[in-house]
Design a protein around this ligand. Structure first.
Ligand code: PSV
Ligand code: MN
Length: 424
C-alpha cells in the first residue's frame, strides 16, 4: 500500500486553517523559527526492521494482524510512516532476521519510497538454524575460539550485506555475560571481546562506523561483558577512530543520568548513535517519551549543546534510531508517536536560551538555570513540527490520518490476520 500525495494534501487542507492559527501564535515568540523548522525537516529517525510487527513479553505475544511477513512488506510499512511524517526516511536491518537476498531489488524498492538504509545489526544473541556452534555462553567473548570465529564471520557477512545496500554503520550488541559469580573471568572475557571486535574492525569500510552498544543486564543477570558506557568507550577507544559508543535509552540501571553520559561521550567524540525508547523499570522498550519526556528533553539539551560546541550537523552527525517493541498498540502508530516525541524533545532543546543558561551557570544562579530549561521544555512546540511536516509534504496529523484511512484494516485485508514478522 502506498499513500498518494493528493490523499495527504486533502487531509492537510481540512486541518490547515487551525494549524495556521497555532503556528502564527508560537512563531511570534521565536526569533529563529525558520532555522528551527529547517532543522526539523532535515532530522530523520531510522526505523528498525524488527519493530514493525507485534512485540511480545516472555509470557506471550498477541498479534494485531496485518504484520509484514517479508522484508519487502517491512519496507512498505516504513514507506507508509515516511509518507505520513517525512521524518522516518531510513530503515535499519537486523541480520539474519531480514536478509536482503536480492540487494539491488530491495534497494530499488526502498528508493521508490524515498528510504535509505541505516546501520546494519548483527545477531549473535540467538542460535540460527544453519550455524555450527551455539551462543548459549556468549559469542565474541566465548572461551572457545571456534565460537568466536563463527560470530566474527557473521559480523563480516553483515558488513557485506550493508555494503550492498549502502549502509554506513554496523551496530554490535552482544548478549555476552554471566548469570553467576565465578562463571566468567571478567578480564579475559573483555580481552577476548576486544580481539574479536578488532578482527571485525579490520573488515569495516573506511567511511563506516562500528557502533558498540552496551546493556546493564539481561539476558544475563550477574554481569554483562559490555555492560555500561565505560566498557563500551574503552572498547571504542582501543578499536580506533571508526568505533563509537551507542546509547540505547533502556540499557541503564534505574535512575542513571543518561544526559551526563551523552555529554561526556560527545566531549570525547565517541558518541556514535542512539536507540530511542522509554522505560519505567528496565529495558521496557516502550514508546519514546511516553514515561519520561523530561529526561528525553534533557538528553536532547545535551545533544544540541554538545553537537553545536563541536560544530557537528545534528541530522547527520550521529545515527538516530528507534529501538522499541510494541505489544499493546499498533506498531505503526506507536512508531509515529515515538518519532513525534523525539522531534518534540529536539525542538524544545533548540529553544533553550544557551547564552542566558551559560551566564546563569557562571553566576551559580541555580534557580534561573532551571527556569531557562523549563521555559523551553514547557513550550508546546507541536505547531513547529506540524509546519515542518506540512512544508515537507507530510500529514499535519499523521496518527489521525493513519486511523482515518483505516491503514491497519487494509493491511490486514492484504496480508491476512496471522502473518508473523521476524524480530522481537
Ligand atoms: C537489545 O536489547 C537491543 O537493544 C539491541 O539493540 C538489539 O539489536 C535489539 O535490542 C533487538 O533485540
Ligand atoms: Mn538497542
Amino acid at each position: 500500500m502506498r499513500l498518494e500525495k493528493n490523499t495527504i494534501d486533502q487531509h492537510n487542507t481540512l486541518l490547515e486553517q487551525k494549524h495556521r492559527k497555532a503556528f502564527a501564535y508560537i512563531s511570534n515568540d521565536i526569533a529563529q523559527v525558520e532555522e528551527i523548522i529547517g532543522k526539523l525537516q532535515k532530522f530523520q529517525i531510522a526505523i528498525p526492521s524488527w519493530a514493525l510487527g507485534t512485540g511480545g513479553t516472555r509470557f506471550g505475544r498477541f498479534s494485531g494482524g496485518g504484520e509484514p511477513g517479508v522484508l519487502e512488506q517491512k519496507i512498505e510499512d516504513v514507506g507508509l510512516l515516511h509518507a505520513l511524517n517525512r521524518s522516518s526516511g531510513a530503515i535499519s536491518l537486523h541480520i539474519p532476521w531480514d536478509i536482503p537476498k536480492d540487494a539491488e531489488k530491495i534497494k530499488a524498492l526502498a528508493t521508490s519510497y524515498d528510504l535509505v538504509f541505516d546501520a546494519v545489526n548483527s545477531n549473535t544473541f540467538q542460535d540460527h538454524p544453519e550455524q555450527q556452534h551455539s551462543y548459549k555462553f556468549g559469542s565474541l567473548h566465548h572461551a572457545d575460539p571456534r565460537v568466536r570465529q563463527q560470530a566474527i564471520n557473521h559480523n563480516i557477512e553483515v558488513i557485506r550485506y550493508g555494503k550492498e545496500l549502502g549502509s554506513k554503520a554496523l551496530t554490535v550488541w552482544l548478549a555476552d555475560g554471566s548469570s553467576f559469580p565465578g562463571q566468567l573471568n571478567f578480564r579475559e572475557a573483555f580481552q577476548r571481546t576486544l580481539s574479536s571486535l578488532q578482527e571485525i574492525y579490520k573488515h569495516l569500510p573506511e567511511d563506516w562506523k562500528l557502533l558498540v552498544e552496551y546493556k546493564a543486564f539481561e539476558p544475563f543477570f550477574y554481569s554483562m561483558t559490555i555492560g555500561d558506557w565505560g566498557q563500551s568507550l574503552l572498547l571504542a577507544n582501543k578499536l580506533g577512530p571508526k568505533a563509537y559508543t551507542l546509547v540505547d535509552l533502556g540499557h541503564h540501571l534505574p535512575n542513571a543520568n543518561i544526559e551526563q553520559i551523552v555529554s561526556l561521550l560527545l566531549m570525547e567524540q565517541k558518541l556514535g548513535g542512539f536507540h530511542f525508547n522509554d522505560s519505567k523499570y528496565a529495558d521496557d522498550d516502550l514508546t519514546a517519551g511516553s514515561i519520561k519526556p523530561y529526561q528525553l528533553f534533557l538528553i536532547f539539551n545535551e545533544l544540541v549543546e554538545g553537537l553545536d560546541h563541536q560544530e557537528v550537523d545534528h541530522a547527520t552527525g550521529l545515527v538516530w534510531m528507534i529501538d522499541a517493541s510494541h505489544n499493546l498498540k499498533d506498531p505503526l502508530v506507536d512508531l509515529l508517536q515515538s518519532v513525534e516525541a523525539i522531534k518534540i524533545a529536539y525542538a524544545q532543546a533548540l529553544l533553550v536560551d544557551r547564552i542566558a543558561l551559560k551566564q546563569a551557570q557562571q553566576d551559580n544562579d541555580v534557580a534561573l538555570a532551571q527556569e531557562i530549561l523549563q521555559a523551553a521544555y514547557r513550550t508546546d512546540v507541536r505547531p513547529l513540527l506540524a509546519e515542518a511536516r506540512l512544508r515537507s509534504g507530510a500529514a499535519l496529523d499523521p496518527v489521525g490520518l493513519f486511523r482515518e484511512l483505516k491503514i491497519r484494516e487494509k493491511l490486514v485485508e492484504e496480508r491476512g490476520d496471522n502473518t508473523v514478522a521476524t524480530g522481537l
